[in-house]
Design a protein around this ligand. Structure first.
Ligand code: NAD
Length: 453
């Protein structure tokens, strides 16, 4: 049996990006995936969620079209048809990735891979009763939904994780969402727009606690007005059937329990280390694999990329880590690094939130004296034309000494589509004067970035 140059465990955005890049460079690569290639993002994460959210947005826009002078009567939706479309979108994208890997002659093995042994020269992996050897190993095993130790949460037919929610063929009659983070607020948006009563329970004083709170406040105001019940500073004590018992440190009054048809638990994800037990000397931090700037672990021929590294659990970070890792393995000069300070992130609520770089609060923690600029999105003509009744917000965090752009935080559709322009400025260390010279097309909402500098 010939030894592979590289074995990759996990075929998500990190794994398939690395496999394609290394195979394209002429290296022998074997990629192990127990489910479909594409990983969580493509199969049970980003893509299916966005497909369903788009359907919900179409329905919501049709039923709220009067503000644009359009009346639509008897508007209805078919959730099963939305699900069917989602499945087709996913299937096509999975097929596309498989095709790309096949074009590069990458060996794909469908099964659960288990590391059997490792020396500095060779990693041995078992899968489907066969043994594979490789000079190098790249771990891209991703993450799994974290199940908090709440009594009554396990084996409860009313309790869903995000994968259950995405697979359901019928809408819940009502839903309690435990965890007001990214997953929680995106599902809150989906169900609310389809007319399902939604309650969000969040332990922290605010939803989306890691984001700029002025931006989050715009969303909160809209969602509360729209009837989404958001209970912050609230903890779940136990669940009995469909009843959720809560306790709260909030000064606002709260009931002692709530009930709903379904309870979606979205309180974070954890690195997935299963199959890696033989690597008992790999360095971990809080259950995630520690990597250097080139995705190398403490073991000489073992690399890791994506959620399993616990850095930033986003598909585009995983893909970039994979690119950097393969560049390092192929000894490409100059060696590239990841600009972790310029990773954009989006929350697909309605309106969307998009941000990159540090927030005003983080600037204070870093002892940076920030100059903070704010503009409502209504400074953009296109935003005014297409977002009746919304104000939106764009915030820019600037280093007051150097005038360098350190962060941009926005709420307003479709900011997800142009946050990359702000990432470019942060990544390249643009000053406001340099960013000012970038021409944005008119009329687009992206012009807000030009207005604010
Ligand atoms: P998260 O960390 O974004 O949010 C979890 C939330 O649950 C936090 O606000 C936390 O305070 C709260 N929480 C924790 N324990 C709780 C408890 N016992 N009771 C009530 N609230 C509790 O995690 P997530 O939303 O599960 O998402 C997981 C990962 O997936 C994240 O890293 C996220 O960035 C990623 N993701 C990204 C996108 C996107 O990019 N649009 C979409 C979905 C998920």
């Amino acid at each position: 049996m010939d030894k592979f140059f590289l074995a990759i465990i996990g075929g998500g955005p990190a794994g398939y990006t690395a496999a394609e890049k290394a195979s394209k460079a002429g290296k022998d690569v074997v990629l192990f995936e127990q489910n479909a290639v594409g990983g969580t993002c493509l199969n049970v994460g980003c893509i299916p969620t966005k497909s369903l959210l788009y359907g919900a947005k179409q329905y919501y826009n049709a039923t709220h079209a009067q503000k644009y002078g359009v009346s639509a009567e008897n508007v209805s939706f078919d959730f099963a048809a939305m699900q069917k479309r989602k499945t087709i979108v996913v299937r096509k994208l999975v097929a596309g990735i498989k095709q790309r890997l096949n074009n590069e002659h990458c060996t794909i093995v469908n099964g659960f891979a288990k590391v059997e042994s490792r020396t500095d020269e060779c990693v041995t992996i078992g899968c489907n009763g066969e043994t594979y050897e490789a000079e190098n190993l790249l771990i891209c095993t991703g993450s799994t939904n974290f199940v908090p130790p709440i009594p009554g949460i396990k084996d409860n037919e009313h309790v869903w994780d995000s994968t259950d929610a995405l697979a359901a063929t019928e809408l819940p009659k009502s839903i309690i969402i435990v965890g007001g983070g990214v997953i929680g607020m995106e599902f809150a948006t989906l169900y609310h727009e389809l007319g399902v009563p939604v309650t969000v329970i969040e332990a922290m004083p605010t939803i989306l606690p890691n984001l700029d709170q002025e931006v989050v406040a715009v969303l909160l105001e809209k969602y509360k007005k729209a009837g989404i019940q958001i209970l912050t500073e609230t903890r779940v004590e136990k669940i009995e059937g469909s009843e959720v018992f809560i306790s709260s440190s909030s000064s606002e009054s709260r009931p002692s329990s709530l009930s709903a048809d379904k309870i979606l638990v979205s309180v974070g994800r954890r690195a997935n280390l299963s199959g890696l037990e033989a690597l008992n000397d790999i360095e971990l931090n809080r259950g995630a694999i520690v990597i250097d700037d080139f995705c190398k672990t403490n073991l000489p021929n073992v690399y890791a990329a994506g959620d399993v590294t616990g850095k930033i659990m986003l598909a585009h970070v995983a893909a970039r880590q994979a690119e950097v890792c393969i560049g390092r393995l192929l000894k490409q000069i100059p060696l590239q690094r990841i600009a972790y300070n310029a990773i954009p992130s989006v929350v697909y609520t309605n309106p969307e939130i998009a941000s990159v770089g540090i927030t005003e609060a983080q600037a204070a923690e870093l002892n940076i004296e920030p100059e903070v600029r704010r503009l409502p999105m209504t400074f953009s003509g296109r935003f005014m034309a297409e977002n009746e009744g919304e104000t939106g917000l764009c915030k820019m965090v600037i280093d007051s000494k150097s005038q360098m752009v350190l962060g941009v935080h926005m709420i307003g559709n479709p900011c997800s589509e142009f946050v990359a322009a702000a990432s470019f400025a942060v990544r390249n260390g643009y000053t406001t004067a340099e960013f000012q010279q970038v021409v944005f097309p008119h009329p687009t909402v992206s012009e807000i970035l030009h207005e604010i500098v």
